[in-house]
Write a protein that binds this ligand. Structure first.
Ligand SMILES: Nc1ncnc2c1ncn2[C@@H]1O[C@H](COP(=O)(O)OP(=O)(O)OP(=O)(O)O)[C@@H](O)[C@H]1O
Length: 256
C-alpha cells in the first residue's frame, strides 16, 4: 500500500551538557495498512522527536525510517505535517494559504484553485475562503492548516497535538471531521496526543511510550467498531487500561 512506513531500530541523541542525551531508544514499528495510529507517553518521552524523524525534519541518530522502500532523507511530498500551533501565513487568505503547497509544486492556477476549494469544503470552511487567519477562530485556523496539508496529496499525515489548544467542543467536532477525512482520503495518520480519551476515540492502535528515553512500552489494538461513542462502557474500559499503563511511566518520571 502507498505510504508504507517501516521504522527500524531508530534512536535519537541530542547534544547535551557534558555529552549527549538519549531521547529515543531503538524504536521499531511497521505501519502498512490504512491505519490511524495515536502516540501517547509521558511528557518529554520523545513523541514529537519521533514524529519529526518520520517526517524527515529531524536527522536520525541511529536506524532508519523507510517509506515505500526508500530511507527518509529530508522532507518528502508523501508526508504532511500538522503542528499544534497553526503556522498559517497571516498575509494570505484561507484560499491562498491552502494553495501555498500547490504553488510550490507549480500546479497551474486554475487547477490549484479547484484543489484548494475541494479541501476547504472538506474541512467545512467554504464560507471563509477570503478570510485572513486573524479573522478565524482557533478551530477554523486548524481546519485551514489541515486543508493546506491535505491539498498537496500526502499519503501519510503526521499530527503533533493538533487539537491541543482547542476547547473541548471544538476538539470533538474536529476529531469527527478528521476521521471522515481519514476514511475518505485513505491516508495513514500518526497522531500525537496527551489525551487518552482522544486516542481511544480516534485510533486503530495506541502506541504507549516509556518515560525518557522513549521506547515502545505497549501497542494497544483498539478493536472497537466505528463510529465510536465516547460514553460507551467498552470505550471507558479500553481508556482505563491505557491510562493504567501510562500512569506507571508517568510515575517513573516523578520518582526520578
Ligand atoms: N532540539 C532539541 N535539542 C535538545 N534536546 C531536545 C530537542 N528537542 C527535544 N529535546 C529533548 O528531547 C526529549 C524529548 O522531547 P520531545 O519534545 O520529543 O518529547 P515529547 O514526548 O513530544 O514531549 P511533550 O509531551 O512534553 O510535548 C526532551 O527531553 C526534550 O527536552
Amino acid at each position: 500500500m502507498a505510504g508504507d512506513i517501516k521504522i527500524q531500530g531508530v534512536s535519537k541523541e541530542y547534544p547535551a551538557k557534558g555529552g549527549s542525551m538519549l531521547a529515543i531508544d531503538n524504536i521499531s514499528m511497521d505501519i502498512t495498512d490504512h491505519q490511524f495510529i495515536c502516540l501517547v507517553g509521558p511528557s518529554g518521552c520523545g513523541k514529537s522527536t519521533l514524529l519529526r524523524m518520520i517526517s524527515g525534519l529531524e536527522p536520525i541518530s541511529k536506524g532508519e525510517v523507510i517509506i515505500d522502500g526508500k530511507p527518509v532523507q529530508g522532507t518528502s511530498p508523501k508526508v504532511g505535517f500538522v503542528f499544534q500551533e497553526y503556522t498559517l501565513f497571516p498575509w494570505r487568505t484561507v484560499q491562498k494559504n491552502v494553495e501555498f503547497g500547490l504553488e510550490i509544486k507549480n500546479v497551474p492556477p486554475a487547477e490549484r484553485e479547484k484543489i484548494a476549494e475541494k479541501y476547504i469544503d472538506m474541512v467545512g470552511l467554504s464560507g471563509f475562503r477570503d478570510s485572513y487567519p486573524h479573522q478565524l477562530s482557533g478551530g477554523m485556523k486548524q481546519r485551514c492548516a489541515i486543508a493546506r496539508t491535505l491539498a498537496v496529496g500526502p499519503e501519510i499525515l503526521l499530527m503533533d497535538e493538533p487539537f491541543g489548544a482547542l476547547d473541548a467542543q471544538t476538539r470533538n467536532i474536529l476529531q469527527e471531521q478528521l476521521l471522515e477525512i481519514w476514511q475518505k482520503e485513505k491516508i495513514k495518520v500518526i497522531f500525537v496526543t496527551h489525551s487518552v480519551d482522544e486516542a481511544v476515540f480516534l485510533a486503530d492502535k495506541v502506541v504507549i511510550m516509556t518515560a525518557r528515553p522513549g521506547q515502545i512500552k505497549e501497542i494497544v489494538d483498539i478493536k472497537l467498531p466505528r463510529p465510536r461513542k465516547r460514553t460507551d462502557a467498552e470505550v471507558n474500559q479500553v481508556r482505563d487500561a491505557i491510562l493504567k499503563s501510562l500512569f506507571t511511566e508517568v510515575k517513573k518520571l516523578s520518582d526520578r
